[in-house]
Design a binder for this molecule. Sequence first.
Ligand SMILES: [Zn+2]
Length: 230
Amino acid sequence: RAAIIEELLRAGQIERSKGKIRSTELGRTVAASVSPQLASPELTGEWEARLADMRALGDEDAFVVDAAGYASSLVSDAFGRESELRARFGAAGRHVVCKCPRCGREVVRTGADGKGAVVRCSSVTTRRNESGAWEDAGGCGLKVWAKVAGVTLTDEQIAAAIAGERVKVDGIKPKDPSKKSYSRFMTLDASAEDGSGCCKWVYGEFANAPAKPGTGERGGKPFGGRAWAK
Ligand SMILES: [Zn+2]
């Protein structure tokens, strides 16, 4: 939250006055230009409920970053100054990963460290349904878990997977902690859904499994191999 306040201060949308924070002319102009969407009672209620959830989970910062990201996308729509706003809010970790193959808009990653759990198309908006769960309210629906098999993926890996490429994921830890971590190839099935609303990660072959049965390493020396291959 401190980072957001610093950003707004730096952007000149708020100022410190006699120990209090108040909006500036610029800030009020920006707020007024997006107020129909941002200041709607539904949205305020939605965010309050969400904040309460995240507070319970001890993840209040994630909410603020989320809200700031959403606000910045509305503001950028209103002003048509996406790059400038992106630069301003970039410090909060929100950044573009790639273009969305479904709708052509930007696929963004948020979170205080820029490594948020879900990477989503900026067209996706959410709302709370009657049972209190979050659901998509609009947009193309492209959402991707940024963590697969316990490994947080890089932007490059996510972008490649969204583009339909096979991605090698290193450092997967086996259940048995005494065993070595391993690598595995993963692909993203953008047409399938994994039950959480995200695209389905498909686990492919192991990248560093022995090539053939009966080959491997013993005491640092290879065995099997060519003799067996003949
Ligand atoms: Zn999209």
